[in-house]
Design a protein around this ligand. Sequence first.
Ligand SMILES: NC(=O)c1ccc[n+]([C@@H]2O[C@H](COP(=O)([O-])OP(=O)(O)OC[C@H]3O[C@@H](n4cnc5c(N)ncnc54)[C@H](OP(=O)(O)O)[C@@H]3O)[C@@H](O)[C@H]2O)c1
Length: 321
Amino acid sequence: MRAIAGTDQLSVVTLPDPEPGPHEVVIDVVAAGINRADLLQRRGLYPPPPGAVDTLGLEVSGRISAVGEHVAAWAVGDEVCALLAGGGYAEKVAVPAVQVLPKPGPVDLVSAAALPEVACTVASNLLDTAHLRSGELLLIHGGSSGIGTHAIQVAHALGARVAVTARTQKKLERCHELGADILIDYSTTDFVHVVSGSGGADVILDIMGGAYLARNIDALRTGGRLVIIGMQGGTKAELSIAKLLTKRAAVFGTTLRARPVEGPGSKAEVVATTRHVTWPLIEDGEVIPIVDATYPLAEADAAQAHLEGGDAIGKVLLTMQ
Ligand SMILES: NC(=O)c1ccc[n+]([C@@H]2O[C@H](COP(=O)([O-])OP(=O)(O)OC[C@H]3O[C@@H](n4cnc5c(N)ncnc54)[C@H](OP(=O)(O)O)[C@@H]3O)[C@@H](O)[C@H]2O)c1
């Protein structure tokens, strides 16, 4: 599935089957996750990193159908899911072996496609970057998003208290079922007021960027960590350094897709952390994939429109068969 250059159109195209490089596997794709970044890529606003295929899709589930000559960790027939730099809306995809994760036992193979992007984003940001600890208060903006619904469950399982923002009562109720304690309808209520009333946030996982920067700093408690992973509210804002210093606070920004495959800060490291921290929680049933809707590949346009429409709670998936 390719975005046609210079247009906003998607089209199914026939391409040669991928061959695995020496350190890669080929996955026969069963399902692919749709991400907000795909909506930007189709409009030419989020080009793939150098060397990545230009077909859409940042995560898949499926069965391994070929392994490269230096790959020992995986075998043909293994049921897996994987984090990609692109190319997931397809029947087959080649991916570095270090970006592959085993399908968790309790999760069906289609739903496993909902996991790689959210699990890797949440584990790397909450643990490696923000060092979230048990008993701390985490504020998650967009609690009902794909990222949010997963982050609530992981943070709750790790013993953190969770506050979320969302736009409707239905979304907030779902966040509560998943483990959020403090529910804030951002369309009617000031999140700074609510979170400050609970002592302030130790960690904020933010997807709004510029629009929320000043208020996020206000909502942090002393020693708080703000991790910005999205720019839905713009890329620029004024930062009060005086408030940052007074609170001894930190502001981080991270992205997953642009990380190198291996080495310091790589996708390999993120996948290893995720497998170590999050996969046992999924195996135990403490964290489950949250899938709002599933569409066949031929209806990728409708599937993306569903995500963009803003009513989804959790992930939207594409299936290949
Ligand atoms: N940096 C990274 O590595 C990385 C990786 C993955 C995703 N992301 C980013 O994370 C974000 C979520 O991704 P996703 O795929 O989970 O997206 P998604 O499911 O489409 O969710 C987008 C969310 O934005 C929320 N939202 C919109 N305006 C808001 C506001 N003013 N205040 C609070 N929430 C608001 C929506 O909630 P309401 O309907 O309640 O408004 C919705 O839940 C995106 O910005 C994406 O680019 C970053």
